[in-house]
Design a protein around this ligand. Structure first.
Ligand code: ZN
Length: 288
């Protein structure tokens, strides 16, 4: 089941009601539709396909994979005949890690039995890639940090930005890098005045007036997490001391993303602790 929201005349956002409010987008043109991600379950991708064909009397020409994570790409095989576009790193990750995790996922969920991985036919390396279709220009920008292959997608003119998982209610970097994520968020913040709708990889669409402050809160969250972990390491406290940095202390509602907030937040703290413990020097001991 998905929820459908129309954000401009020809741009729609789909939100999964089955898993973590993952989003996907449809940009319709008179020469066909461009999809941005394809939701976690084939049944949801089929809903998108039906919508494009019956409600918009269109067909899907292109599918953009914003990154290789399962919840964004498992519906891609439903759109046979469409050209799939991603960053080159996304293609690489799908063909390695992606293949292994699909085997595990299939063993866990019968709903995924029919899923086949599709390797993107069109990839780009480096900074950005432009796609033009029937007068619409879509700009794909490399936006690493959540994972190394993430791209954001800007619909020029409409100024709708699909930020993928660079922006989500709990910023999340265990499969990526906190510094890169901060840099990517800064990039989005710099253009926030020109964005009419910011579509997060998970959760609600952020409207024009709120984009800048929303991104600022995300950057504050990352700084707080980084500082908290460094303090614990400097004082040689155990990992358990991180529990003081709970969701309330970082101003995140525990109900967001269907209750996943706690898990994501703890994942961030623990990952950063494990990564930094070799580098952060403890304060000199008072007795020594
Ligand atoms: Zn992701």
């Amino acid at each position: 089941m998905t929820q459908i929201e129309r954000v401009t005349d020809d741009i729609y956002v789909f939100t999964s009601e089955l898993y973590a409010q993952v989003t996907a987008g449809v940009i319709n043109t008179r020469l066909g539709a461009i999809l941005i991600d394809t939701l976690p379950y084939p049944s949801e991708a089929l809903e998108m396909k039906d919508f494009v064909e019956s409600q918009l009397s269109s067909r899907v020409r292109y599918v953009i994979n914003t990154h290789y994570h399962a919840d964004h790409v498992y519906g891609t095989h439903i759109f046979a005949g469409a050209q799939v576009i991603s960053h080159e790193l996304c293609r690489e990750l799908l063909s390695t890690t992606g293949v292994e995790s699909l085997a595990v996922a299939k063993a866990e969920s019968s709903e995924l039995a029919s899923v086949k991985l599709v390797l993107p036919q069109i990839t780009f390396e480096g900074g950005s890639f432009r796609l033009r279709l029937a007068g619409k220009t879509i700009v794909l920008n490399h936006s690493p940090g959540h994972s190394k292959d993430v791209i954001s997608v800007l619909v020029e003119g409409d100024q709708v930005l699909f930020a993928s998982d660079t922006v989500m209610p709990v910023p999340f970097f265990p499969d990526g890098d906190i510094k890169q994520l901060m840099k990517s968020l800064k990039g989005i913040h710099a253009q926030s005045g020109d964005i009419t709708n910011l579509v997060q990889g998970h959760g609600p669409v952020i409207l024009r007036g709120e984009v800048a402050s929303y991104i600022e809160r995300q950057m504050t969250y990352l700084k707080t997490v980084d500082k908290a972990v460094r303090q614990v390491l400097k004082r040689k406290y155990s990992k358990k001391a991180l529990e003081k940095t709970d969701l309330a202390s970082v101003d995140i509602d525990r109900a967001v993303l269907g209750g996943l907030a706690e898990e994501l937040h703890w994942g961030n703290l623990e990952t950063l602790y494990n990564r930094l413990k070799r580098y952060v020097k403890p304060y000199p001991s008072r007795t020594g």
